[in-house]
Design a protein around this ligand. Structure first.
Ligand code: G3P
Length: 218
């Protein structure tokens, strides 16, 4: 399973790279705004910086909502760096744009997926990734992981090359369950990735090993 970090924070991205387990980055307009990145030139420069830090796919989302503008914006993003994946929302124009990008060999990530039907449509249009939002479905009383399972099963039934990128992954159990289901990718904050390190028995065991070593070597 690939690990993507869901942030536009360069320090967090660098920390995940340094850990040696990062396969890519996803961003969205909210995450860019959180870092205070505004204006086309600054946004483009920030994406470039992210691509220079990470060896892997970097999703950069279009702001446009109509087909022509999505295509213009997406092509500009794709020209920025070979790692850029154009992130497109699940709308009628978005599906048309995904088809267009797919025919031009530009990678896409179809975002804001909340149903299996939306994922199927994006796969048929040639999306490289589909992003079901696990946590946001949980927020409204649904089980986001059931959707991930449905999409994995459907893509497997037909051998679709589209990768299932579980997004809005909020905590370690989400990530582990995505791995059990067979999601191709999870994207999550740094805290979820570093959360995988933690177990109290590891801490206690290490403390005992070091204390025993010190006792006989001092
Ligand atoms: O990748 C989508 C993600 O940024 C949404 O996460 O936690 O805001 O639902 P969240």
């Amino acid at each position: 399973m690939k690990f993507f970090i869901d942030t536009a924070n360069l320090k967090d991205i660098q920390e995940a790279v340094d850990l040696g387990v990062l396969d890519g980055v996803t961003t969205n307009p909210s995450l860019m705004a959180k870092e205070g990145i505004k204006g086309v030139d600054n946004v483009m420069a920030h994406y470039k910086q992210i691509c220079d830090i990470v060896d892997g796919d970097v999703s950069a989302e279009v702001i446009a909502v109509d087909f022509e503008e999505m295509v213009r914006e997406g092509e500009m993003l794709a020209d920025l760096h070979p790692s850029i994946v154009v992130k497109v929302p699940m709308t009628r124009d978005g599906v048309k744009a995904i088809k267009h990008f797919s025919e031009k060999g530009i990678k896409t990530n179809c975002t804001l997926i909340f149903s299996a039907g939306q994922a199927l449509l994006a796969a048929k249009a040639g999306a490289t990734y589909v992003s079901p939002f696990v946590g946001r479905l949980d927020d409204i009383g649904h089980d986001g992981l059931v959707l991930v399972q449905q999409i994995v099963d459907i893509f497997s039934n037909y051998g679709y090359p589209t990768q299932v990128l579980a997004a809005s992954v909020r905590h370690v159990p989400h990530l582990i369950q995505c791995a059990e289901i067979g999601a191709d990718v999870v994207t999550c904050p740094l805290s979820v990735i570093t959360g995988l390190l933690k177990h109290p028995l590891t801490d206690n065991g290490l403390a005992t090993f070091l204390a025993d070593h010190k006792r006989v070597n001092s």
